[in-house]
Design a protein around this ligand. Structure first.
Ligand code: GAR
Length: 211
């Protein structure tokens, strides 16, 4: 059984997709050990409670400094003995100690086709604003492992989504969530749970499942 922690900050629609796909058996052999939010008002926490999933808020605001927050977050994840940390709209910079402790065991969903519209300052709606400002005809989403850079880790899955005339950032965001994010994030977790995802020389190789 793959034990995962899902880290969230806001609406939690990606968390919901993960919960739904575990419940309907699309994600196999996986349990959510804990949902952690940095924001006590995150709707994601309500979603976890509704499904009787343990959840807690660990907010930088409750600590004297960032190092103390980082330590409590890491200690909590180590105590939980999770196999995989899933960043599902977690708007907090991941400290290097956590990346070292969970090398190739932290995944993130980013709402564009990396390497477009990613890196510092590109998160949430800003990503879609930038894509529309550039006039791209295709955008999408990416699931990747987290390394020391911002959105630079090995790419696991990507899915393209059409940009349509008249799209607003909100409309494009919703289409990318529906058509890409809510599909590829659960798929990536299922593949990792099945032992099909390997990182070789900084690139992801997805192996066929042996029945
Ligand atoms: C999602 O669109 C996710 O891709 C994005 O935040 C949103 C969270 O929505 N993440 C980033 O921008 C990370 N750089 P959710 O809380 O409804 O899942």
């Amino acid at each position: 059984m793959l034990r995962i922690a899902v880290l969230v900050s806001g609406g939690g629609t990606n968390l919901q997709a993960i919960i739904d796909r575990i419940e309907d058996g699309t994600i196999r052999n996986t349990e959510i050990a804990m949902v952690i939010s940095n924001n006590k008002n995150a709707k994601a926490l309500e979603r976890a409670a509704k499904h009787h999933i343990p959840a807690q808020c660990i907010s930088p605001k409750d600590f004297e400094n960032r190092d103390m927050f980082n330590k409590v977050l890491l200690d909590t994840l180590l105590d939980l003995k999770v196999d995989l940390i899933v960043l599902a709209g977690f708007m907090v910079v991941i400290p290097p100690e956590m990346i070292r402790s969970f090398r190739n065991r932290i995944i993130n969903i980013h709402p564009s086709l990396i390497p477009s519209f990613c890196g510092t300052g590109y998160y949430g709606l800003h990503v879609h604003e930038a894509a529309l400002a550039r006039g791209v005809k295709v955008s999408g989403a990416t699931v990747h492992f987290v390394d020391e850079g911002t959105d630079t880790g090995p790419i696991i899955l990507q899915k393209a989504v059409e940009v349509k005339t008249g799209d607003t950032p909100e409309v494009l965001q919703r289409r990318i969530m529906e058509e890409a994010e809510w599909k590829i994030m659960p798929k990536a977790i299922d593949l990792i749970a099945a032992g099909c995802v390997k990182v070789v020389d900084g690139h992801v190789i997805i192996e066929e499942e042996t029945a």
